[in-house]
Design a protein around this ligand. Structure first.
Ligand code: ADE
Length: 238
């Protein structure tokens, strides 16, 4: 997987990506990241890439041309033509990101992320280049870099070899038929007068499986009643 990120803060994306699991995976050549600084494509002598909004309204908008030129740089590096690579625009006005979407994106060989700032980006360039508009939730961030990193991380961990223990991508929340993951414990067996549930140290694997299933239902019902209802409905339990 190769990521290209179009941003006015490329260092922010680069440094976060180089840390931890994604950093290791890029060192191993499993994923690659390149960034394009949109500011390099300012069309004026001040180096600005934003302008006032037609029709009025607070704040500034990112202009078409710097964004478009940054996109062309990314395409050139990927040796691709316009329309051959999906371009993901990070915006609160988009489809809410999900594990399903991460799975879909992980099948691509390359992805271009467009990170907006100020009050957003001129709609014309979005129309011209963007294939997917993704929001990471119903709140507004100062820019698209953090949200792009969220999507890049969720997609990266689905790429074979990125996670060392292949199983962990399988059994986690959202891959368990719509239930959240059960609580887990490690040594010591007692901490702050809290003990590990007896069943987990019993060595009875069938009992452990049943217990974990019960716990998955319990935590889902408690923290995500919406997911719990969907899970029950899917099984015809009302
Ligand atoms: N940019 C600003 N807010 C965002 C959000 N909620 N999701 C994705 N990109 C964003």
């Amino acid at each position: 997987m190769k990521y290209e990120v179009l941003s006015i803060f490329p260092d922010m994306v680069d440094s976060a990506f180089r840390t931890g699991v994604t950093g290791r995976a890029s060192g191993e050549g499993l994923i690659e990241l390149d960034t394009v600084n949109i500011r390099n494509y300012s069309t004026n002598s001040y180096g600005s890439i934003d302008g006032y909004t037609y029709g009025g309204g607070a704040g500034m908008l990112m202009q078409c041309e710097p964004v478009y030129q940054a996109y062309l740089e990314a395409l050139k590096r990927l040796e691709r033509k316009h329309g051959e690579v999906r371009v993901v625009y990070m915006t609160p006005v988009g489809e809410v990101f999900s594990q399903k979407k991460a799975e879909e994106l992980s099948k691509e060989e390359e992805l271009i992320f467009l990170c907006g700032h100020y009050e957003g980006i001129d709609e014309r360039v979005i129309d011209e280049i963007v294939t997917d508009r993704i929001s990471i939730g119903d709140y507004v961030l100062t820019g698209g870099e953090l949200s792009a990193l969220v999507v890049m991380d969720a997609v990266a961990r689905l790429i074979p070899g990125v996670l060392k223990n292949d199983e962990s991508a399988e059994t986690e929340s959202f891959n368990t038929g719509g239930l959240l993951e059960y609580p887990q414990y490690t040594r010591p067996p007692e901490w702050h007068e809290k003990t590990v549930p007896d069943i987990l140290v019993s060595g009875d694997h069938a009992k452990v499986d049943k217990y974990r299933m019960r716990e998955m239902r319990r935590v889902t019902k408690e923290y995500r009643p919406d997911l719990y209802t969907a899970y029950m409905e899917e099984r015809g339990i009302y």
